[in-house]
Design a protein around this ligand. Structure first.
Ligand code: AMP
Ligand code: ZN
Length: 136
């Protein structure tokens, strides 16, 4: 298995682990986009959200408030973003992971949501809902 996060899980390559139990592992992201930038992964190898079993998701997400609060109480950020990249354009490690990114004044992080409201009317929104519902 050539997965870098499986190797971190197994201790085959070093990492800065901040939390571990039987289901998940949390460790510092090597880039430290902001101070305390942390990744939390399921111990089970899953490529990304499209393959994520509900029990693995539940086990991972129920731990997130604990880790988020530890980061908040340790570094006193003004806020915190939770980010997860799946496939293109941003996923670079194909073992599911969630980024916890504490935010600080003038921290140079850029997250931008374009606003396309002007392109949608009531019918357009309803058409989107109808399309997705077919696939749930
Ligand atoms: P993503 O682009 O969402 O797939 O995020 C992958 C993240 O893994 C990046 O932010 C990398 O900095 C981080 N990363 C890659 N290798 C390591 C490593 N050995 N230890 C800690 N973080 C890593
Ligand atoms: Zn893996």
């Amino acid at each position: 298995m050539s997965c870098i996060f499986c190797k971190i899980r197994d201790g085959e390559i070093p990492s800065y682990k901040i939390y571990e139990d039987d289901k998940v592992l949390a460790f510092l992201d090597i880039t430290q986009a902001t101070k305390g930038h942390t990744l939390i992964i399921p111990k089970r190898h899953v490529k990304n959200v499209f393959d994520l079993p509900e029990d693995v998701a539940a086990d991972l997400f129920r731990r997130i408030p604990k880790i988020a609060n530890a980061l908040k109480n340790t570094f006193n950020p003004i806020g915190l973003n939770i980010i997860n990249n799946n496939d293109k354009p941003l996923q670079s490690v194909f073992h599911y992971h969630v980024h916890l990114v504490p935010r600080y004044e003038k921290d140079e992080m850029v997250i931008s949501f374009p606003n396309h409201m002007k392109d949608y009317d009531e019918k357009d929104y309803q058409a989107l809902v109808n399309q997705v519902k077919i696939n749930i």
